[in-house]
Every structure is written in C-alpha cells, then in structure tokens.
Design a protein around this ligand. Structure first.
Ligand code: PMV
Length: 315
C-alpha cells in the first residue's frame, strides 16, 4: 500500500518580526508544493529519498543521533512504527517544488505532507492530528517554531496569526498573483531575530511605536483583502517594508530588488526573516509576465505564485 500527500509552501504577506513581539501577522499558502509518498517495506529500515539526498537508518535510533536535514521524516516514521507496535520498515519519497531555506515554508510543507503520508499508512488521521504531528516533527529541527507555518501549510488560504490567539483563517479570496524573487543570499532566521531583539533593546520607544504602526497597518490590510483592493495592498506592502528597513533586516541587494519590482507591480517587500532570502511583489494576472520579465532580464531567480486554497491534500 502506498500513501501520498502534498502540502503547499507559504509566504508572510505582512507582519514578520513584529509577530515575535505579539503583533498580528498575515500568512498565505502558495501554489508550490511538497509531495511525499510513503510505503511499508519488509526490510527493517526507514529509507528516505529526496532531491537533497537520502537517509537510510533502522528504526529506534535516538533522534539526537540523526544529523540529516531529513530528520523530521525519520522522526515521523519511527513514531508511527512505535505507536502502532508494528514490525515494519518504511520507504519515503520526497519531491519538492519549493526552494529550500529561503523562508518559503519548505520544511513546514515537508513536515505536514510527511505527517499525513506516514500516519495514514497506519490509520485514518484528521487534519488536526496531522498538524500536531507536523509541528512535533518540525521541532526536531527548529525548537522554537511558533507552529504558524505548519498551520497555514495544512489548511491553505490566508490566515492571521498572533502569539496570544493563535491562527484564524481569513475567508477572503483575493485574486492577486505574487512574484517571488530569490536574493540567493543565505540567512539564518535565528541570527536575524536576535539582531532585531538587540535593535529593540537599544530603541525601546521607537520599536514600540513601530509595533503600533504595524498593528494599524495589519488592521487596514484586513479590510483591503476583503475588498480585493490590490493597489491599496501594494501601498501597504511598501509601508511595511519601510518598517522592516527601520529594524535593520534589509540590505542593498534586497532594496534594489524591491525598487525593480516597484516599477511594474502594486508593491513589494521582504518576506520572512530578511537579511537575504526572498522578496514578494504583488501583481494581477494582466501584468504578471511583465513583472517576471523584469527580474529575469536582470538574471534573478524568480517565479510566480498564487494563493493555494487547498492546503494539505491526501491521495
Ligand atoms: O523566514 P521565515 O519564513 O522563517 O520567517 C521568519 C519569521 C519571523 O517573524 C522573522 C520569525 C518568527 O518566528 O515569526
């Protein structure tokens, strides 16, 4: 028997960094997916094959001994074998359309699709249970994950998230397109979050004002999303970008990418931790090719994306 699942990646539309300090953020699933296939096998091994390498290990190894980035899959397979007390091995195949390590939710999508494909080899599992398993698996690589990424990868669409109240789905279905361009500068989310903490400690009042402004911006954005007001959303992206510039997570390259995007889109900003990673530009269908072309002409790696409303899919 084979169990298949796929889950979308994500972007942060508004509110990264400020969300760490309690402000609401808006996240959005994108139509780039990770697909995971799992099968039981006779050999006593957990075998994982992916486009970033393979991992083959017998079950029951302590998770701390696994150094591979494929660790969450091992964790999930081992957990399910143990839970169902079965004498089986598992073969897992991972295929991803989401670039790695640039804030587009590839690890969360892997954990969600992995949790679904692997757990469903043993029993029917609800989306809620899959999400809990996925967050547990993601904690094997990012101890402090808020769980927001896994949540949006599971349920799809757009959601608001804050630390106190958790997530809630936004029921608007705006019809924008995004162009996502990769700066190819590697970044560590942890290090950048630490830099922002330092900025905050040196500039308490300024930071607190920025949090207030970001909160107001997000409240406006919620209305603009309901009204499918792309021009208004684009303006707010640029405003949000100014706040991100102020807290020091931007750089020359990201700024020049945003400027380039501004020439042809409604607005653009960094998405995620910054310091590198990706920027997003907001556009509509009629102008999509034009925005992509601007980036391609300057040799940037870029692609277009839409909101994914489906979330986790099992088949
Ligand atoms: O780059 P990403 O997608 O890992 O986003 C990090 C988002 C932050 O707000 C900077 C950190 C966080 O934990 O919310």
């Amino acid at each position: 028997m084979k169990s298949n699942a796929s889950a979308p990646g994500k972007i942060i539309l508004f509110g990264e960094h400020f969300v760490v300090y309690g402000v609401k953020a808006i996240l959005c699933a994108i139509n780039k997916r990770v697909t995971v296939s799992a099968s039981k096998i006779h050999e006593n091994t957990i075998s994982i094959k992916s486009n970033i390498g393979d991992l083959n290990m017998p079950p029951n190894k302590p998770i701390t001994e696994i150094k591979s980035p494929l660790k969450p899959f091992y964790f999930l397979a081992n957990k399910m074998i143990e839970k169902h007390n079965q004498n089986t091995g598992i073969e897992i195949l991972v295929q991803s359309e989401i670039p790695l390590g640039v804030g587009l939710g590839s690890s969360s999508a892997c954990c969600v699709a992995g949790a679904a494909a692997i757990s469903r080899l043993f029993s029917e599992t609800s989306k809620k249970e899959i999400l809990e398993l996925a967050i547990e698996a993601e904690r094997t690589i990012f101890q402090n994950t808020s769980g927001a990424d896994c949540t949006v990868c599971t349920f799809g669409g757009i959601m608001e998230y804050d630390k106190k109240n958790g997530f809630s789905k936004i029921n608007s279905e705006p019809n924008f397109h995004l162009v996502i361009a990769n700066s190819k500068i590697e970044h560590s989310t942890e290090a950048i979050v630490a830099n922002v903490k330092q900025f905050k400690e040196k500039n308490e009042e300024k930071f607190s004002n920025l949090c207030k402004e970001e909160s107001e911006l997000i409240n406006n954005v919620l209305v603009l999303l309901r009204n499918n007001d792309l021009s208004g959303l684009g303006k707010n992206m640029l405003k949000n970008q100014e706040y991100l510039e102020t807290i020091g997570i931007s750089n020359e390259k990201l700024r020049s990418m945003i400027e380039l995007a501004q020439e042809s889109s409604f607005g653009a900003k960094i998405t995620g931790a910054g310091g590198g990673g990706c920027i997003i530009a907001l556009t509509d269908e009629s102008n999509l090719e034009n925005v992509v072309e601007q980036f391609k002409k300057k040799n940037y790696e870029c692609f277009s994306a839409k909101i994914d409303f489906k979330g986790l899919d099992t088949f």
